[in-house]
Design a protein around this ligand. Structure first.
Ligand code: NAP
Length: 255
């Protein structure tokens, strides 16, 4: 499958008006930018993440800009179990009764080490956060997504989840699994009962803490800020991507 690029999408101001959209890892980096961008286009955003202080800051920024009041849902995806997801479902059911969008964004980078030396405990933590967490959250959200008239799920991939690369360890393999989750869920939800579309998006090199961890010697200014790559995030979340499902996307044109 070859990925499609959406870099220069021009959204309308109220593209996501009245939509309820959950963003995982909403406290920092690309997730923070996506949450603020979705709110700026009219969505009520559910800020899910593990560092409450960061989520509160994003909440305040959205509130100060006069956008719809977000909801903070603290959750450490790595350690969360069925009871935690039940609570998340309960809260969304009570407050909104449906979910129009889900951006799986939170991820753990893990070690940059050859598989020969990869720490098995770190492997578990990466898989738990990036794969099992995304599976459990997706599974929990399916009834709420089915209850929405035009729901979209976006899984965040990476170029190392589409072509294996030395030393990227569990992270790369977790992103291959993310693509598998996306394709499987897209196929399962592609029926007459539901309007839920499911796609994957590779943000490409972006100026964040994770990028700095992965490439400490790189000049951060050589990569765009998260705000600059939001076109594909808006396109896939909004009504213009209706009917598009099971596809791989890139947020940036490869240069
Ligand atoms: P980031 O700045 O490190 O942000 C990652 C976010 O995920 C943070 O908000 C972090 O929370 C959250 N998170 C991590 N573990 C979590 C857990 N167990 N429970 C809940 N939240 C957790 O990274 P980013 O660069 O924005 O990455 C966003 C996505 O893009 C990831 O899926 C990443 O794999 C992907 N990606 C990024 C690049 C790039 O160049 N930046 C390239 C390809 C793919 P805390 O702030 O509390 O730690």
């Amino acid at each position: 499958m070859s990925a499609q690029t959406v870099e220069n999408y021009q959204p309308t101001a109220d593209l996501l008006k009245d939509r309820i959209i959950m963003v995982t890892g909403a406290g920092d980096g690309i997730g923070r930018a996506a949450a603020k961008t979705y709110a700026a286009h009219g969505a009520t955003v559910i800020l899910l993440g593990r560092t409450i202080k960061k989520l509160e800051k994003v909440y305040d920024e959205i509130d100060a800009a006069g956008h719809p009041e977000p909801l903070i849902l603290p959750l450490d995806i790595e350690g969360a179990g069925a009871a935690d997801y039940d609570q998340v479902v309960e809260r969304i059911e009570e407050d909104f009764g449906r979910l129009d969008g889900l951006l799986h964004n939170a991820s753990r980078l893990g070690d940059r080490t050859p598989l020969e030396y990869y720490n098995p405990e770190e492997w578990e933590r990466v898989m738990r956060t990036n794969v099992t967490g995304a599976f459990l959250l997706s599974q929990a959200m399916i009834p709420l997504l089915r209850a929405a008239p035009d729901a979209s799920v976006i899984f965040t991939s990476s170029s190392v989840g589409r072509k294996g690369r030395a030393n990227w360890g569990a992270y790369a393999i977790s992103k291959f699994a993310t693509e598998g989750l996306m394709e499987t869920l897209a196929d399962e939800l592609d029926d007459a009962r539901t309007a839920v579309r499911v796609n994957s998006l590779n943000p490409g090199a972006t100026r964040t803490y994770m990028r700095h961890l992965a490439y400490p010697a790189e000049d951060p200014a050589s990569n765009p800020e998260p705000d600059a790559i939001m076109g594909a995030y808006l396109y896939l979340m909004g009504p213009d991507s209706k009917g598009v499902t099971g596809q791989q996307f890139d947020a940036q044109i490869k240069r």
